[in-house]
Design a protein around this ligand. Structure first.
Ligand code: ATP
Length: 369
């Protein structure tokens, strides 16, 4: 069964549809490098998923395996319920038969073809001109079909690439670092726009990126890769606020790590006793991970859970400021607050924990770091 995604049309409820893509035990090595080390992963129909990881973690290889540009050493891949690769059975369907649309970092448009012809190319020898117009209208490029790619901005070229990827009514769109060739302001604008278009087309998508902001802001489902494995998978909120280990916590943003011990089901911290999960009851040492924005800073405060502190340093970013604080206990932490009012080095402040935190076994932070 395949998922049809008519542009702009209402699609049926997706509960009974197969995953847009699912792999089990997927592995690929290049010489002695295990680029992908036996991964289970799935993108639900209609979902925008992101594979996020540092350079060399194996995310592009995953995408190339899904697209059919690489043959797996082990494991199986299904796209919309159809087996497209199975190493044990020697199945490896050609890329053009997988119903996948691709959007690349460098746009990959034909420079000598007009915008309309670039989109029409995906539709075969005699593309339906109305369909091409419909696709260009859909991505906000109506009327620009006769232009050459070089007559468009980078953001517009990426929209052409998206229209071309949507043209075949794909079961899945794979986007490989789609915004990294664009400047910062355009990148954030286009992220929102592409997310809206993918949603409107009701197409399933997998974005491969090393950019944390991109993955967090665009994905419904975020999988963090490290050394050929998926270390954690969940909603962006889950992964950011409840990281499974210290490495993931640090990879996704600034984090304070407070070492501690569990006594009576809680960890003693400068912000009071914080409850620890039951499964850590036997851990000899734990770490409390908390984001700088989870710390509240005020001029004064003495209620339980409040500690006095001194501002050591301040970095001002306009919308917010990052403060390095020395707590009364001597521990140093970072707090992120709105840009105004300004907190300056030397200020005496009261700090409380006012947001999510995670307690993990100390070993996991140490080994993953
Ligand atoms: P980047 O963000 O830098 O593209 P990545 O996370 O996408 O990195 P991959 O490109 O999948 O990582 O590479 C994973 C590992 O496999 C790396 O060590 C890389 O050097 C290696 N690798 C990838 N493709 C090949 C290849 N064709 N031949 C040899 N080694 C390869």
């Amino acid at each position: 069964m395949t998922v049809r995604v008519p542009i702009g049309a209402d699609c049926p409820a997706v509960d009974n549809l197969p995953d847009a893509v699912a792999c089990t035990g997927l592995a690929k090595a290049f010489g002695d490098v295990n680029a992908v080390g036996g991964v289970d992963f799935a993108v639900r129909p209609g979902e925008i998923a992101a594979l996020l990881g540092p350079s060399g973690c194996g995310k592009t290889t995953m995408l190339r395996l899904f697209a059919g540009f690489e043959r797996p050493d082990a494991g199986r891949i299904e796209i919309a319920g159809r087996v497209v690769a199975d190493a044990a059975q020697g199945i490896n369907i050609a890329p053009e038969k997988r119903r996948i649309g691709m959007v690349f970092q460098d746009f990959a448009l034909f420079p000598h073809l007009s915008v309309a012809k670039n989109v029409g190319y995906a539709l075969g020898r005699r593309p339906d001109a109305r369909r091409v117009d419909e696709l260009l209208d859909f991505v906000g490029l109506g009327g620009l079909g006769e232009r050459q790619p070089h007559e468009l901005s980078g953001g517009q070229q990426q929209r052409v690439a998206l229209a071309r990827a949507l043209a075949i009514e794909p079961a899945l769109i794979l986007l490989d670092e789609p915004f990294s060739n664009l400047d910062a302001s355009l990148r954030s604008e286009l992220r929102g726009e592409v997310r809206r278009l993918l949603r409107e087309a009701q197409v399933s998508a997998l974005i491969v990126t090393h950019d944390q902001d991109e993955a967090l802001s665009m994905a419904d489902h975020l999988a963090v890769m490290h050394d050929g494995c998926i270390e954690q998978s969940g909603s962006p909120e889950q992964v950011y606020l409840e990281p499974a280990n210290g490495w993931i916590a640090r990879f996704l943003g600034d984090v304070n790590v407070l070492p501690g011990r569990i006594e009576g089901g809680a960890v003693e911290t400068p912000f009071g006793r914080l409850p620890a999960p039951d499964d850590l009851a036997g851990a000899s040492a734990v770490e409390v991970l908390l984001r700088p924005e989870s710390l509240r800073v005020r001029r004064e405060g003495h209620e339980p859970g409040t500690t006095q502190a001194t501002v050591l340093e301040r970095e001002f970013f306009g919308h917010d400021q990052l403060l390095r604080l020395e707590l009364a206990s001597g521990v140093h932490v970072h707090a992120r607050r709105l840009g105004h009012p300004a907190w300056l080095p030397g200020d005496r402040v009261a700090v409380t924990l006012d947001g999510p935190f995670t307690v993990i076994a100390a070993e996991s932070a140490a080994t993953a770091a």
